[in-house]
Write a protein that binds this ligand. Structure first.
Ligand SMILES: [Zn+2]
Length: 402
């Protein structure tokens, strides 16, 4: 698959990406130098005019993965997924435990009141991390490509429009864009289960509570979701006649407030100055293009992709910058919190005895370092014996199946 080469000008600002062949030529003729190997980026040694094509970036916000894809009129120029971390709350729990143990040894400590307020807009650290990751990723992509347009999916459907769909009179039409939105709304409202038998993970059909043949309308207040089997069994009966009078009642009530992740989506849109779109539109377009469901394909569709030539997707990993909870609570020793950042961090690349190693961690008060080679073999050595090659901080790009 195609792998674009990213180009930055003499001032380090991104230019349009180039092909591998042209990139090689630039390097061979001494007109550029390598600044980064993954994603492969070169810096020009001469001043150029800046012809730019409009690049549009699509971001598919996720709970475990972020999908991203940027494209021009003819080409996809970068794509990939970022794996979000799931250990944030666990790490904080660990930090808290250490702190509690430390404090409990202090003896009497006067109580301090009202010093636990949370600033406005406070988010739980695990959620804040998710928000920050999106911003960080887009910032990184903006160092590789000139991206004037960004688009982000904020929700499955337009909540404001759907606030009281039962009253505002939005109707369902099979196979139409509006139909997709109504369907997404119903999926959220009915919890992705069959309203009658409660089955999940089965194909669900939009079902009329009062059948159309009995004068039922296509309005959202007359719709629910059911599996094929229940739909057939219900036939020409109303939900009440079928033995589910509460369904009829529930259908006229609007959906409750959206989940917390939806609010950070809007914050991300605001912070990045991006356009927004809805999941039902993405789904509709993706089905129309015949693409399979994946974060990268969704991002590609969000960016407005259609027949652009695709490129090889990256997998992006996030690395912890520091281990803040590290401290020793050894019996007979004064507990010591590490207040200094060590000169080496996990994931840094170093040389030792002429070979390349990755740092696993530093121990013995910063004097020893644990290294692992490419086969995963572990060695320990004094920190004086190793030489730093490259910091492993921030976002690490790799190719899938490598
Ligand atoms: Zn059913």
């Amino acid at each position: 698959m195609r792998v674009p080469i990213y180009v930055v000008n003499m001032r380090g600002q991104p230019l349009m990406p180039t092909t591998q062949r042209k990139g090689k030529k630039l390097l061979k003729e001494g007109n550029a130098q390598v600044v980064q190997r993954c994603p492969f980026t070169v810096q020009l040694n001469y001043a150029t005019g800046e012809s730019r094509q409009p690049i549009k970036l699509g971001v598919d916000i996720g709970y475990t993965n972020i999908g991203f894809s940027a494209k021009t009129e003819t080409l996809e120029v970068i794509s990939g997924t970022l794996n979000l971390r799931h250990d944030v709350s666990k790490k904080l729990e660990e930090k808290r435990r250490h702190r509690r143990a430390r404090r409990s040894r202090l003896g009497y400590r006067p109580p301090r009141f009202n010093n636990r307020t949370r600033p406005e807009g406070w988010l739980a650290p695990s959620i804040q991390h998710k928000q920050d990751s999106h911003i960080r990723l887009v910032d990184k992509l903006e160092t590789l490509l000139p991206i004037p347009f960004k688009k982000i999916e904020v929700a499955n459907f337009d909540e404001h429009k759907m606030q009281y769909p039962e009253i505002s009179g939005i109707e369902y039409q099979q196979g139409e864009l509006q139909g997709y939105e109504v369907r997404e709304y119903l999926l959220d409202k009915w919890g992705r289960t069959c309203a009658y038998c409660g089955k999940t993970n089965v194909p669900l059909e939009v079902e009329h509570i009062v059948p159309k043949s009995r004068g039922g309308t296509d309005r959202v207040s007359n719709l629910t979701l059911s599996c094929r089997k229940c739909n057939l069994k219900k036939g020409n009966k109303t939900a009440e006649e079928f033995g589910y009078p509460h369904i009829q009642q529930q259908a006229t009530q609007p959906l409750k407030a959206p989940a917390c992740l939806n609010t950070i989506r809007w914050r991300i849109v605001e912070q990045l100055g991006a356009e927004h779109t809805y999941g039902y539109i993405t789904k509709y377009q993706r089905n129309k293009l015949g693409l399979e469901k994946s974060h990268i394909n969704d991002a590609f569709v969000i960016a407005g992709g259609s027949n652009q030539e695709r490129c090889r997707p990256y997998e992006v990993m996030q690395v912890r910058r520091n281990n803040r909870s590290i401290q020793k609570n050894r019996r007979g020793f004064k507990p010591s919190i590490r207040r200094q950042r060590y000169q080496l961090q996990p994931h840094d690349l170093v040389t030792y005895n002429g070979k390349r190693y990755k740092v696993k961690g530093v121990f013995n008060y910063g004097t020893w370092v644990r290294l692992s080679d490419s086969n995963g073999k572990v060695v320990n050595t004094n920190i004086k014996n190793v030489e730093l090659l490259k910091y492993g901080k921030g976002l690490i790009f790799t190719f899938k199946n490598n």
